[in-house]
Design a protein around this ligand. Structure first.
Ligand code: C5P
Length: 253
C-alpha cells in the first residue's frame, strides 16, 4: 500500500477566507507576511514539496483573490492553481472549492483539505495522512487532547455581566475520558467520491460541521486518525501569531 500511496496524486483545497476576527489584525491572517512570505505561501510549500500535488483551489475573501493569485504564482510558477471567492462559513468555502474543481474538470482520486493558517505542516505528515486515506478512504491528522475536555450545556449559559467584564459561565454536563479525546487538525484527506457525497448530504440536511471529517462521519463512513505534532497549530489568537513569528523568525521576530 505504501508504494501505491507514494504514487498517489492528490488535489488540495486550501481555505483562506473568513474574517479572522479572533486574531485582531486588519489583514486576513493567511496574508500576513512572516520571514518574507505570506502565511499562505508557507502553508502551501510542504504540499508542493510532496511532488504529488496536481491542483490547488484557494477559496478566499473577494478583495484578496488577486493578491492570493499573484503570491502563489510568484512562489509556485508551475502549480495548477485556482483562486475563488470563499463562503460565509469554512464549510461553504470548501463546498465552493469542490464545485470549482468539478467545473474545471479536475478529476482527482484524493482530495486534501488543509487550513491556510497551519503553516507548520510537514511533508511527512501529509504523506502519512495520504497513505492512511488510500488505505481507509478517509484520514485526518490529529493530536491527543492535552487538556481535559468538558462538554457543556449551551442552554445553561449564565451571563455574569460583572464590572470586570467576565465572560459567560457554562454548566458542565459531562467529562469524557481524556484518553478517548483527540484534537482534529488538518490535513484531512479523502477519497474524492466520499468527500463529495458527504458535502451533498450536508447540503441536503443543512448540517454544518467545524471540520470535513465530521461530515464524512455523518455519512456513516469510518475516518482514521494519523498522529501529528502540536506544532501544526492553527493560527487563531494573537498568541498563535506571536509563536509563529518566533518559530519562523527566531530572534528577529
Ligand atoms: O476560522 P477558522 O479558524 O476556523 O478558519 C480555518 C480556516 O478556514 C482558515 O484558513 C480560514 O481562512 C478558512 N475559512 C474559510 N472561509 C470561512 C472561514 C474560514 O475559508 N468562511
Amino acid at each position: 500500500m505504501g508504494a501505491e500511496s507514494n504514487r498517489s496524486r492528490f488535489a488540495l483545497i486550501l481555505p483562506a477566507a473568513g474574517s479572522g476576527q479572533r486574531l485582531g489584525e486588519s489583514i486576513p491572517k493567511p496574508f500576513l507576511s512572516i520571514a518574507g512570505r505570506t502565511i499562505l505561501e508557507h502553508t502551501l510549500q510542504p504540499f508542493v514539496d510532496t511532488g504529488a500535488l496536481v491542483h490547488v483551489v484557494i477559496p478566499t475573501e473577494k478583495n484578496y483573490i488577486k493578491t492570493a493569485r499573484e503570491r502563489v504564482i510568484t512562489s509556485f510558477s508551475h502549480l495548477s492553481v485556482e483562486v475563488i471567492e470563499g463562503g460565509s462559513e469554512r464549510q461553504y468555502s470548501i463546498e465552493k472549492g469542490l464545485d470549482a474543481m468539478k467545473a474545471a474538470g479536475i478529476d482527482a482520486k484524493w482530495v486534501a483539505v488543509h487550513d491556510a493558517v497551519r503553516p507548520f505542516i510537514t511533508v511527512d505528515e501529509i504523506q502519512r495522512c495520504l497513505d492512511a486515506a488510500v488505505k481507509f478512504g478517509a484520514a485526518i491528522v490529529a493530536v491527543p487532547a492535552k487538556d481535559t475536555i468538558k462538554m457543556v450545556d449551551l442552554d445553561k449559559m449564565v451571563d455574569q455581566g460583572d464590572s470586570a467584564g467576565n465572560q459567560d459561565t457554562y454548566r458542565i454536563k459531562h467529562t469524557p475520558n481524556r484518553a478517548t479525546c483527540w484534537q482534529a487538525q488538518t490535513p484531512q484527506i479523502f477519497d474524492s467520491t466520499i468527500l463529495k457525497k458527504a458535502y451533498e448530504q450536508a447540503r441536503e440536511t443543512s448540517a454544518v460541521g467545524t471540520d470535513d471529517a465530521s461530515l464524512v462521519e455523518a455519512l456513516g463512513h469510518d475516518v482514521y486518525i494519523v498522529e501529528g505534532r502540536r506544532e501544526n497549530f492553527k493560527i487563531t489568537y494573537p498568541i498563535d501569531l506571536t509563536l509563529t513569528r518566533w518559530l519562523m523568525e527566531g530572534e528577529n521576530a
